[in-house]
Ligand binder design. Structure first.
Ligand code: 13P
Length: 295
């Protein structure tokens, strides 16, 4: 069942949990995310990042996401991630997307406010929920580069809690993406999250908060972040990495058993689906229940 971003985040508030927001850059990832939501009974957000247009064009993946969300027995929000222009958001909203993230974090503060307000007005027309970002995660969701690394290398800037409170008030956004130590992409070493910054943002901004760069974080840090007010966790890179590794291992196994063996595309997509489903099941459960002992 297709639900609004605001409604799915109020479920998260009421239950002191976070909703997994899975970036779906392939049909297998859409299926895996929705199957996990149905099996676990937890709500889910499936999202298309504007930067993934070259992997899964909005015109194709968008209607697929909406159709599968509508007929799912799970509560599903279909969200546009890291949108940088109004016309791209209009295309998604016309398809039936129920949430949009406007990313003006690389812009000067006043410009970020002005464009976020324009996006807020657009979202009101469509009755969609709005996520905006203040502070900066540095690198964007682009899908191919080995972005990320450390906070310093990525050029990330922690969100200022006072500015976050003002930003929420003037833009009228529904949920706030903030920077407190996570980065997009593969982490070089352990991520170091600043829970004091996060708690201050939550205390002053008083809205559900979003963790970007949410894959590659430990279960313990997920639990602490949820306790501090994170209600949506964006997840992409590590799921894609695990699926890629599983497909390579499959090809290696087949070829070492029989040199020159054919490895079919459908075997690869099946293996990718299985790995994504297991990965999503783990995070969806952790986000709903706090840290679990699973590795
Ligand atoms: P990861 O790169 O950690 O998966 O983060 C995804 C994300 O934040 C998308 O907006």
């Amino acid at each position: 069942m297709l639900v609004n971003l605001r409604d799915i985040c109020s479920i998260a508030e009421q239950n002191n949990m976070a909703i997994a927001a899975i970036n779906v850059a392939s049909f297998e990832s859409v299926r895996a995310a929705l199957d996990v939501a149905e099996q676990t009974g937890h709500p889910i957000i499936i999202q298309h990042a504007q930067g993934h247009q070259h992997l899964a064009p909005l015109k194709d993946i968008g209607p697929t996401m909406i159709a599968l969300a509508e007929r799912s027995s799970a509560l599903v929000c279909v969200h546009l991630d890291h949108c940088e222009d109004l016309s791209y958001a209009v295309r998604a909203l016309d398809m039936g997307f129920t949430g949009v993230m406007f990313d003006g974090s690389a812009l000067p503060y006043e410009t970020n406010v002005e464009r976020s307000c324009r996006m807020a007005s657009l979202c009101r027309d469509y009755q969609a929920g709005l996520e905006c970002e203040i502070g900066s995660m540095g690198s964007r969701e682009a899908g191919e580069k080995d972005e990320g690394g450390t906070v310093e290398e990525s050029g990330a800037v922690y969100t200022n809690p006072d500015q976050a409170a003002e930003f929420v008030k003037v833009t009228g956004l529904d949920i706030l993406a903030c920077s407190f130590g996570t980065v997009h992409g593969i982490y070089k070493g352990e991520p170091h999250l600043n829970f004091d910054v996060l708690s201050d943002i939550r205390a002053l901004a008083k809205v559900p908060l979003v963790m970007h760069g949410g894959s590659g974080v430990s279960d313990e840090d997920y639990a602490r972040a949820i306790d501090a007010g994170i209600r949506k966790i964006n997840y992409y890179t590590y799921g894609a990495k695990y699926a890629g590794e599983a497909v390579c291992a499959l090809a290696d196994r087949r070829r070492s058993a029989k040199p020159g063996a054919v490895v079919y595309w459908h075997d690869m997509t099946r293996t990718a689906y299985d790995t994504l489903r297991d990965t999503f099941e783990h995070v969806v459960t952790v986000f709903a229940n706090g840290a679990s002992p699973m590795a």
